[in-house]
Design a protein. Structure first.
Lengths: 144, 140
């Protein structure tokens, strides 16, 4: 998302796996379930939903995350909603999920947005519901 | 005057509600989550608008009308840009109650058919008492 629309490449091949960060606790349910909330698109996400080429890329723009999920590009393209997974030509690790209906405040495409979000959640696999990457545990104190 | 007789094997239970109504911890969990929903930072993206206390109170009033209470057992409360959403999922059915503002209740129903086809209907204006019959559909 930004003021200048990103330059998008052609849709990625179907055999690629992409990653979506959980930006809120409500995007997933423990032990490992992706919830439709992970794919709600707010009106200010003008270009689409951000995905990453790697798990680290998916979470890199977030100050805090609640884990991430993986999803097959082919599975997304096979959904009957015209969704497309396109690379950001200016950032090799950034990918956009295009044509996701906006989850409008009061009118608009709320019904279809909810259906699409539910379908995306069902084809996604929660890889972790914890902060990623895992924080290193503090070392035990050594005797000086 | 009618004679009052007590049969030998009569039940003397004083319970006034059916056993299935007795889920106090479940009810408590749902309402505790609702009560603290505006202050739970983990539910929001940075700068995301939070539900007003009036919307939270409206959600509380709607959920209090849900009967039988065990319907609340599977309710998942979430937020999205100032709205409160209450989600239910059971087998191939899904129900989402949207509470975007005081006095407003919208309901989304979803059914995944055996061939994998997904159907949905969005009711843009629902009276709180009607939620019970929609939940009955979900649990049927």
């Amino acid at each position: 998302m930004g003021t200048t629309p990103p330059r998008l490449g052609d849709p990625l091949p179907d055999d690629v796996t992409v990653y979506r960060a959980f930006s809120t606790e409500g995007a997933r349910r423990r032990p490992a379930k992706v919830r439709p909330r992970a794919y709600y698109r707010a009106a200010d996400h003008t270009d689409g939903l951000s995905l990453g080429a790697t798990p680290l890329a998916a979470v890199s723009q977030l100050q805090i995350n609640y884990g991430y999920c993986s999803v097959s590009v082919g599975a997304i393209h096979r959904l009957p909603y015209g969704l497309r997974v396109c690379p950001d030509l200016d950032d090799t690790n950034h990918i956009l999920l295009c044509n996701v209906p906006v989850f409008d405040g009061l009118n608009g495409d709320r019904g279809i947005a909810e259906e699409v979000a539910g379908a995306l959640a069902r084809i996604s696999k929660a890889e972790t519901c914890d902060y990623y990457p895992p924080k290193e545990k503090d070392d035990l104190p050594s005797i000086p | 005057m009618t004679n009052l007789t007590i049969e030998k094997d009569a039940s003397y239970s004083v319970a006034t509600v059916a056993p299935r109504e007795l889920f106090p911890s479940v009810v408590e969990r749902v309402f505790d989550r609702l009560q603290s929903i505006a202050s739970n930072d983990a539910l929001y993206e940075p700068e995301e608008v939070r539900p007003t206390k009036e919307t939270i109170e409206w959600a509380r009033r709607v959920l209090l009308r849900i009967l039988p209470r065990y319907y609340l057992r599977m309710a998942e409360i979430d937020v999205f840009h100032g709205e409160i959403h209450v989600n239910w999922e059971k087998r191939n059915k899904r129900l989402v109650a949207y509470l975007p503002a005081p006095g407003v209740l919208k309901v989304y129903l979803e059914l995944i058919r055996e061939n994998g086809e997904v159907g949905h209907v969005l009711h843009p204006s629902v009276e709180p008492q009607a939620l019970n019959s929609l939940l009955e559909w979900l649990y049927s």
